[in-house]
Design a protein. Structure first.
Length: 537
């Protein structure tokens, strides 16, 4: 655990990719197989289920630190992260007892995992002993693991690159082996260089796209490119091998239970087939798919009823084939993969699995005009793919580009603020925004919250806004402050839908702050009617 804590601090201390890569390599070169397996498991984004409730953690921390509850809560408000607050306020042992040097696997499997089955009373007894048995960096980490909220400032790609270099392995082979669900055991970890067996339903690593701003200036001859709609759904792979099928999201989660209709259809594909596409809701006879909000109704359901499946039928719009006749064809150029995909779907008609159409690409100026019609197609823009490109791993500059339409925008007022996490802990960086209601019979208007956002501002702007928030707080609700409605921001978002879950009656997708409107008074912020007009764009 000490080595993993040192790695965590090294990764957190630098923003330089080479420094992070070097720290990761040092760790993997020295760690035993079991420790390396668990470290990889956490570094690439996997988490433990919460083992201890926040209430128990706070109660134990208050008792262990000897602080008054109000002082602990005030400290938590300033720090902004419960695990970090506990690591700072719980004092090490004073009896000169040596710190516990148990490994990361021992902590996870023999202490933290069993802790979930203990009674609250027993947890209150064990937590002080666990916290005081390790120095502060490890205390922070084990508490983070308890909460199931450990986040590490390093990408999955960089982690696996370092692992491959440290162990002398092929990075792409390691990435493929560690896709999907796997257990961090010594046996599995020692086999990471081996290809998955024929009956393995793991997906391939996804090829991702870079944002394109003005492709007409940079991409050359348009005939060397394939253009298609960028659908607003969930990226997914369907894997069919040895009579079984699986549906994987881009986040490497199995989503079979949410889409039993798609899974049943996938079983009709020939064995040794892996398709890449987009899950969307598309009603029979409709000319365009339904909004993403319709797909969300299926996502949270483990066993959607027949009625729900009928009301929100899901299709996979396929745009690539990665495995055909049990042969990995990712190294072949896109034009050849596309031909094989079209042949497959012509010879095997599978309900709910449709070919994603290409868009005529005669000239960049014409394509730019077509892109402006994306919202009419319920799409986010266009995808541009080099016809000669293989299907690689992760983002590969120059092969795939996403050419989105400009975001929808609204001018709104900040009304609530909450402290951030990680390097933003201690700063108010997470904001709730509101627009004006329509005037009442007496002409009065109120501010109605409709979105939360935290990205888009510079560090200097965040520090300035943080100081303003502290001076203009009206009320406090735990970690949240309501503030004087005085700051206007331009918010951008990808989509907008009606919603019964929000007070405004509207939900927006992927909101982000575009700019701080210092030039605009609160009275000139937009209204609910403006949001309503955007629904029809």
């Amino acid at each position: 655990m000490r080595a993993f804590a040192a790695l965590y601090e090294a990764l957190d201390a630098s923003t330089k990719t080479n420094d992070k890569l070097a720290a990761l390599k040092r760790y993997f070169e020295q760690a035993d197989a079991e420790s390396a397996a668990w470290a990889t498991y956490f570094l690439i984004g996997n988490k433990l289920k919460r083992t201890v409730k926040s209430r128990i953690l706070r109660e134990a921390a208050i008792a262990t630190s000897g602080l008054q509850p109000w002082l602990f809560e005030s400290s938590y408000e300033v720090v902004g992260d419960l695990a970090e607050t506990i690591s700072l306020l719980v004092i090490d042992r004073s009896d000169n007892t040596a710190f516990d040097d148990a490994t990361l696997p021992v902590w996870v499997t023999q202490r933290l995992a069993p802790l979930a089955a203990e009674s609250p009373e027993r947890q209150l007894e064990l937590l002080p002993e666990y916290w005081r048995s390790v120095p502060r960096p490890e205390r922070f980490l084990i508490t983070k693991l308890m909460t199931g909220a450990l986040r590490v400032g390093v990408s999955k790609a960089l982690t696996l690159k370092a692992l491959a270099q440290a162990r002398g392995l092929d990075a792409n082979a390691v990435t493929q082996r560690l896709m999907g669900n796997w257990l961090p055991t010594v046996q599995f970890f020692e086999q990471i260089a081996e290809a998955p067996s024929g009956g393995d339903l793991r997906p391939y690593p996804f090829l991702l796209a870079y944002p394109a701003i003005d492709p007409a200036c940079e991409l050359g001859d348009p005939e060397l490119w394939q253009a298609e709609w960028k659908w607003d759904g969930i990226r997914a792979q369907i894997v069919k091998r040895d009579g079984k099928a699986a549906i994987w999201s881009r986040g490497e989660e199995l989503v079979d239970e949410a889409f039993p209709d798609v899974l049943a259809n996938a079983l009709q594909l020939p064995d040794g087939t892996v398709l890449d596409g987009e899950l969307i809701v598309w009603l029979p006879e409709a000319l365009t798919p339904e909004p993403f909000a319709s797909l969300q109704k299926r996502l949270g359901r483990k066993k959607p009823s027949a009625k729900m499946q009928g009301a929100f039928p899901v299709q996979l719009l396929v745009y690539d084939i990665l495995e055909n006749n049990a042969i990995d064809i990712r190294a072949q150029p896109l034009r050849e993969r596309r031909q094989q995909l079209e042949t497959l779907l012509q010879t095997h008609t599978v309900k709910g699995v449709q070919l994603s159409p290409t868009v005529i690409n005669s000239a960049w100026t014409k394509l730019a005009e077509t892109r402006l019609l994306a919202r009419e197609q319920r799409a986010e823009g266009l995808m541009l793919k080099r016809l000669a490109s293989p299907y690689g791993v992760g983002r590969i500059s120059g092969d795939w580009w996403k050419w989105k339409v400009a975001p929808l925008t609204i001018d709104c007022v900040m009304i609530y603020a909450q402290a951030g996490h990680g390097r933003r802990a201690g700063l108010y960086t997470d904001f709730t925004f509101a627009v004006w209601s329509e005037p009442s019979a007496t002409g009065e208007r109120t501010l109605v919250p409709f979105a939360k956002a935290y990205s888009g501002l510079t560090d200097a702007e965040l520090r300035e806004i943080d100081q303003w928030i502290r001076k203009h707080t009206v009320e406090r609700f735990g970690p949240v402050r309501s503030v004087v409605p005085a700051l206007v921001f331009e918010l951008g978002f990808e989509g907008i839908n009606l919603s019964t879950r929000h007070k405004s009656g509207i939900a927006v997708r992927f909101p982000r702050i575009l700019r701080w409107r210092r030039d605009k008074p609160v009275s000139e912020a937009d209204s609910l009617s403006t949001l309503g007009q955007l629904l029809h764009l």
